[in-house]
Design a protein around this ligand. Structure first.
Ligand code: HEM
Length: 293
């Protein structure tokens, strides 16, 4: 986004604080409260206001002020002469991408590694390791068929954005599944139920089973109903980036390690609905990384 700059939150304490400010809190819902009740918002008591993110705000503003940006960076594109955005708007757009891309990808990976580490799922983990270890070191990321199945299955079972994605019905209204819906009605689908409701497409929908994505029969319908990134004009613009990030990290980990659930792992991994996104309820997932002999 800000290339050649960027956050190095694993090694740098200041960068970590920015990530922490944007993620580890419960105030996403409060943003919605302010959005839907703008007239009342100025009178809300302090605890109803969304948490502010001054460090993240300053960070994106500093990045927007940079003059030496790589051509391929999002900020450089937003700042080009032909762009109609002011500097502060370009900074806001990038902050939006940070908020949209950090928790979603991280929580998706967290649920995935937790599932793979369950005793009943170690067979799936073994199959993934076999695929990763058999591939040549320069194999393209998209050539790992089982890795792709594992990621899709994890995002199907625990979509990081599981809830309603509202849309207006366009002018003239539309027939949806045989029912006429008048124009401007708000309709929505939610990944959580789209991934479960049709048991012909997803048999045993609550069961984590990456192998279902390998079946030729029904593949078109399964992929059509894979809704974790939504679809259409307002679908996720970060989908490809998220998938590359997930694939790279999982390839590094599972080519070298077995993961199992730590004996002191007691936190709840229930999907905690934050209205906009979801995350593990206990906000902690302790796994053991065992080197493959
Ligand atoms: C596993 C990871 C991710 C998931 C599951 C996910 C899911 C979604 C979903 C469901 C939407 C649509 C919301 C709606 O229709 O109302 C969305 C929108 C969006 N996502 Fe993602 N996302 C992920 C990662 C990312 C990343 C890494 C970025 C950018 C760095 C990103 C940027 C965006 C943006 C900018 C939008 C708004 C698009 C628009 O309204 O035009 N997402 N995402």
């Amino acid at each position: 986004m800000f290339s050649p700059g960027g956050l190095k939150s694993l090694d740098n304490a200041k960068d970590y604080e920015i990530m922490h400010e944007l993620t580890y809190h419960q105030s996403l819902q409060k943003n919605l409260l302010e959005y839907y009740l703008p007239a009342l918002a100025p009178y809300f008591p302090k605890f109803l206001h969304a948490r502010s993110a001054p460090k993240a705000n300053q960070y994106v503003l500093d990045m927007a002020a940079q003059t030496e940006l790589d051509n391929h960076s999002l900020m450089e594109k937003l700042k080009r002469k032909e762009s109609c955005l002011e500097l502060v708007q370009a900074a806001a757009e990038c902050k939006d991408h940070m908020a949209a891309g950090i928790d979603t990808t991280g929580d998706g990976l967290c649920f995935l590694m937790w599932e793979l580490s369950q005793p009943q799922n170690l067979g799936f983990q073994r199959r993934l390791q076999e695929e990763l270890r058999a591939a040549p070191p320069d194999a393209p990321l998209d050539s790992y068929v089982y890795l792709d199945s594992v990621i899709k299955e994890a995002l199907r079972c625990a979509p990081p954005i599981p809830m309603s994605l509202p849309r207006y019905v366009p002018t003239g209204g539309r027939k949806i599944d045989g029912f006429f819906i008048p124009e401007h009605t708000i309709v929505s689908c939610q990944p959580y139920s789209v991934h479960r409701v049709n048991e012909r497409v997803f048999p045993e929908p609550d069961c984590f089973n990456p192998d279902r994505w390998l079946l030729e029969e029904g593949a078109a319908e399964r992929n059509r109903l894979f809704f974790s990134f939504a679809t259409g004009g307002r679908g996720c613009t970060g989908k490809n980036l998220a998938l590359v990030e997930m694939k790279m990290l999982l390839r590094e980990v599972y080519a070298l390690y077995w993961t199992t659930v730590a004996s002191d792992m007691t936190a709840s991994m229930k999907l905690d609905d934050q209205i906009i996104s979801s995350r593990p309820e206990g906000q902690s997932c302790r796994l053991v990384f065992n080197e493959i002999a």
